[in-house]
Design a protein. Structure first.
Length: 338
């Protein structure tokens, strides 16, 4: 089965050239196997939200509360991201995030809406809600991205909560790490790395967001994929959105989320696009020790997710009909890789 698949993929690649941007998506492409996944039919125009990892379940709940309070897809994203940023027990987002090798918690986040507007902050410290700061950059400045001290200054000007984010738990982990100082990004960090979120509201507007403290014990000043538009997140209101989790260097080198959306533009389903973006990484670099997972939401409401290694999961919430309760599922994208 695996070798038949590989043969088919090779043939498909030969037919479609490099399968890169500009190439026509090969319509004969088959869906990769989705072990452990219950395909869920999402009707166009019905609100849907999907977010990476276990913490996506609570994030999606918060997103739908924002929607039910009259909010938009963008409000769903901000509400979901803020909830996870507030969790001091989470070691990879917001307060409680593991620090860099010098003991500083530095945060990255970005947000995008259906019009292609984007806002981003990177290398920020002491800002409790980088997702909201990114939204302010998008909505209230002429810029897309603010970094470091300038972003922190803007947060203070906005009157945002500014507070030390290194918790006792994260400090103890860092002190233990210093005993060896071995930099080794962890695959599927406790099953809840970076949160990437994608939503479509009842009016069919798409939005996305991404927020993280980045890889633990990184060099001071390192910025990952999460605040980079096109890498950690990309949204095209006419096509769909995509977000990434895992080792940012691999995502940035392949401009992963933009790639996923461009593949969908060429006709790939959300699932096929995530699958192909993972192959792009696998073809470009050794992947034994690194994990990347992609999550995509098409304008048609269909969701896909795929990762290099098993262990990646994501949460999916949607309205199952007018007035019906929101259906929530945690999807195990446990088939990783090829
Ligand atoms: N994906 C998060 C990071 O690499 O920083």
């Amino acid at each position: 089965m695996a070798s038949t698949r590989r043969t088919f993929l090779t043939q498909a690649a030969a037919i479609a050239g490099t399968l890169g941007i500009g190439a026509r998506w090969n319509q004969a492409w088959t869906h990769p196997p989705r072990v452990g996944i219950n395909p869920v039919v999402v009707e166009e125009g019905q609100a849907v939200m999907t977010s990476t990892w276990n913490h996506g379940m609570l994030a999606n709940d918060a997103g739908f509360q924002a929607l039910d309070a009259g909010g938009s897809a963008l409000d769903m994203i901000e509400a979901g991201a803020r909830l996870v940023e507030s969790d001091a027990e989470g070691l990879s987002v917001g307060i409680g995030g593991l620090p860099d090798r010098d003991g500083n918690v530095t945060l990255d986040a970005c947000i995008m809406d259906h019009r292609g507007d984007a806002g981003s902050v990177c290398f920020v410290q002491d800002v409790a809600h980088p997702i909201s700061l990114a939204r302010n950059v998008m909505e209230n400045t002429p810029h897309v991205m603010l970094a470091g001290a300038g972003a922190e200054q803007y947060a203070r000007e906005l009157g945002m909560p500014v507070t030390p984010l290194l918790t006792e738990q994260a400090q103890l982990a860092w002190e233990r790490w210093k005993e060896t100082s071995n930099y080794q990004p962890i695959i599927n960090i406790e099953n809840h790395d970076t949160i990437g979120l994608l939503a479509m509201d009842d009016q069919g507007r798409l939005a996305g967001g991404c927020t993280t403290s980045g890889v633990a014990y990184k060099m001071h000043g390192r910025v990952g994929d999460s605040p980079i538009i096109g890498a950690g997140l990309y949204v095209d209101g006419d096509i769909g959105g995509a977000t990434a989790t895992g080792l940012g260097e691999a995502v940035m080198r392949t401009v992963g989320s933009f790639l996923v959306v461009e593949l969908m533009r060429q006709g790939a389903s959300a699932q096929e696009a995530c699958f192909e973006a993972v192959q792009r990484i696998i073809r470009s670099m050794p992947t034994e020790d690194l994990q990347v997972g992609y999550l995509a939401l098409g304008k048609d409401g269909q969701i896909g997710g795929h990762a290099i290694h098993s262990g990646f999961n994501y949460a999916q919430h949607q309205r199952s009909g007018t007035g019906a309760p929101i259906e929530s599922v945690l999807i195990d994208a446990s088939y990783g890789g090829r």
